[in-house]
Design a protein. Structure first.
Length: 188
C-alpha cells in the first residue's frame, strides 16, 4: 500500500472515531404546523413546538415552547401575525391550547392570536371539532367553520454535526477512491 493510501485510511479512521467521541446536542423540540380555513375563505396558519423528550400525553399552554399564528383574508392577503408564546413565555392572556400527542390532534377549547382590543388584532377561538371562529375586536366574528383544524409535522432538519460528519467522511472516501483509481492507471 502506498503511503498516501495509508495516510488517507488513517485520517478517515481518525475523523470517524473523533466524531463518535463528540456529543451532539440533540434537538428536543418537535415543531408542528396547524391550519384552519373558514367557510368564507379566511384562514389561519401557524406552528407550535414542545419538548418531545418529556413524554407528555397532552400539550397545553404550560408545556409549549413556542407558538406563532398568521391570519389571511380570502385572497391570501396577510391580515396580521402573532407569537402568543416565545421562549416558553406566554404573552397572550387569553391563550387556550390543547394538543394530544397520541392522536396528533388539537382538542377542546382553542384561543390563539392576539386581543389587545386593537383593530389589527385577530384571534381564532372556539371548540375544536365543534365550532371555530376568526374574530376581530372591532368587527366581531369574521368567519367560522365546524371546528376543523389540521395539524401536520414540519420537515425534520438534520443536526449539523450529523450532516457535516457525513459530508466530511464522504469527501475523504472519494479522495481515497480517486487516488486508488489514479494508482491503477499509473500501473497500466
Amino acid at each position: 500500500m502506498k503511503l498516501t493510501q495509508k495516510f488517507c485510511i488513517a485520517t478517515t479512521t481518525g475523523v470517524v472515531m473523533s466524531l463518535g467521541l463528540l456529543k451532539a446536542v440533540p434537538a428536543y423540540a418537535v415543531t408542528l404546523k396547524f391550519d384552519w380555513t373558514g367557510n368564507a375563505g379566511y384562514s389561519a396558519r401557524g406552528s407550535f413546538s414542545y419538548d418531545e423528550t418529556q413524554g407528555y400525553t397532552t400539550i397545553d399552554n404550560s408545556k409549549l415552547q413556542s407558538i406563532a399564528v398568521s391570519f389571511f383574508d380570502p385572497s391570501e392577503k396577510l391580515l396580521n401575525s402573532f407569537t402568543p408564546v416565545t421562549n416558553e413565555s406566554v404573552v397572550y392572556d387569553f391563550l387556550d391550547f390543547n394538543y394530544d400527542t397520541a392522536t396528533k390532534s388539537l382538542f377542546g377549547y382553542f384561543d390563539v392570536g392576539q386581543d389587545n382590543t386593537q383593530s389589527t388584532d385577530y384571534y381564532l377561538l372556539g371548540t375544536v371539532g365543534l365550532n371555530l371562529s376568526l374574530t376581530n375586536p372591532t368587527e366581531g366574528i369574521i368567519d367560522q367553520n365546524n371546528g376543523l383544524i389540521n395539524v401536520n409535522p414540519t420537515t425534520p432538519v438534520p443536526e449539523p454535526l450529523t450532516t457535516g460528519g457525513t459530508v466530511l467522511t464522504g469527501g475523504i472516501a472519494w479522495l481515497v477512491k480517486r487516488r486508488q483509481v489514479a494508482a491503477q492507471k499509473a500501473k497500466a
